[in-house]
Design a protein around this ligand. Structure first.
Ligand SMILES: Nc1ncnc2c1ncn2[C@@H]1O[C@H](COP(=O)(O)OP(=O)(O)OP(=O)(O)O)[C@@H](O)[C@H]1O
Ligand SMILES: C[C@@](O)(CCO)CC(=O)[O-]
Ligand SMILES: [Mg+2]
Length: 334
């Protein structure tokens, strides 16, 4: 039997980082996907074929009989730890420890770019392997297992990324609970800096500053939570679209300033944010953990001008759509 599952990337519209501290956040699934095939193998091993994961900065060390592979992301085997933990977790749930499973991954989502590649690969793997092992799990339950995977690998995770990847659409998320927000077409442009950041390291960096000076950082996190509540009121209000976008744009700009204050922006991210605003975007901010990765801009009137400005500033623009669908079982072959 072979099973193919897919799960979407996401953008965080408002509230990344503060969501790790129990504040609310708003996220949406987008139409880039990770695809995972799962099947049994005979030798009892976990085998992972990550077809298009690029491993930048590869170093190979030869020591006696051992060979170690390291990359810019750390030890090569660690790069696959989200997938490995996802398989092990599902095997345990299904009481199938020791069962040989091969997964093969292809992905449209840039890695470490703030678009939730770790959550999508974990959710799609859990989806494919749970179906293979005959476990009946809802998408919501799979999102919760995806959160466990992120906690195991990263040490800290709010769970918003695996939740939105599993269930799709727009969500308001707070402390493990989510609520779907009304679906809307958002005229956005995502700008990719081309460099990556590790969510694990960025979350740990913010934690370090928080512990060093909680009296300074706590009010920043509280303000981020207020931005999210205001954004939710705007999204669910009956204001006309122009006013709604204008208010959301202002909230994005304030949220970006606070993320910069937490130290998760980079020169390139800020350049893309300002280039988008100068080209007429009504709001622009980092999306995801930062430290490289992506920003997004709200540009109801001029998506293509904003995309061009992002290119001129050295980024790669992506005009994406919100995905209503989360995890999907694409094929089950005998
Ligand atoms: N196609 C893939 N195959 C295998 N592992 C992947 C794949 N895509 C992502 N990963 C795993 O996810 C890690 C990147 O996750 P990380 O959380 O740091 O960034 P992100 O999820 O892309 O961004 P963010 O968390 O800010 O949204 C990679 O180092 C790798 O371990
Ligand atoms: C930085 C962070 O808030 C969002 C990453 O997309 C981490 C998390 O919520 O787990
Ligand atoms: Mg991630």
């Amino acid at each position: 039997m072979r099973v193919l599952a897919s799960a979407p990337a996401k953008i965080i519209l408002f509230g990344e980082h503060s969501v790790v501290y129990g504040k609310p956040a708003i996220a949406a699934a987008i139409d880039l996907r990770t695809y995972v095939w799962a099947e049994f193998n005979e030798n009892g091993a976990i085998k992972i074929e990550a077809k298009d994961i690029r491993v930048p900065g590869l170093t190979v060390s030869f020591s006696e009989d051992e060979i170690y592979f390291e990359s810019d992301y750390g030890k090569a085997a660690e790069v696959l730890s989200y997938v490995r933990q996802a398989i092990e977790l599902v095997r345990k749930e299904a009481d199938a420890n020791g069962k040989g499973i091969t997964v093969s991954i292809t992905s449209q989502i840039p890695v470490g770019a703030g678009l939730g590649s770790s959550a999508a690969v974990a959710v799609a793997t859990i989806g494919a392997v749970s179906r293979l092992l005959g476990l009946e799990l809802s998408n919501e339950e799979i999102g919760k297992l995806g959160h466990k995977v992120e906690l195991l690998v990263q040490g800290a995770s709010s769970g918003i990324d695996p939740t939105v990847s599993a269930i799709g659409g727009f969500i308001h998320y707070e402390k493990g609970n989510f609520e779907h927000l009304p679906f809307m077409e958002l005229p956005i442009v995502v700008g990719y800096t081309g460099s990556s950041g590790s969510t694990k390291e960025l979350v740990a960096m913010v934690r370090g500053t928080y512990e060093e000076m909680p009296e300074v950082i706590e009010p920043v996190l509280v303000a981020m939570g207020k931005i999210v509540e205001k954004a939710r009121d705007v999204i669910t209000s009956d204001l006309d679209e122009e006013l709604r976008f204008a208010q959301l744009g202002r909230l994005m700009n304030i949220n970006h300033g606070l993320l910069d204050a937490l130290g998760v922006s980079t020169k390139k991210l800020s350049e893309l944010v300002y280039a988008a605003r100068v080209a007429g975007a009504i709001g622009a901010k980092i999306t995801g953990a930062g430290g490289g990765g992506c920003m997004y801009a709200l540009a109801p009137e001029n998506q293509s001008e904003v995309a061009t400005a992002i290119t001129i500033a050295g980024g790669t623009p992506m005009i994406t759509r919100i995905s209503r669908e989360g995890l999907r079982i694409e094929e089950v072959l005998p």
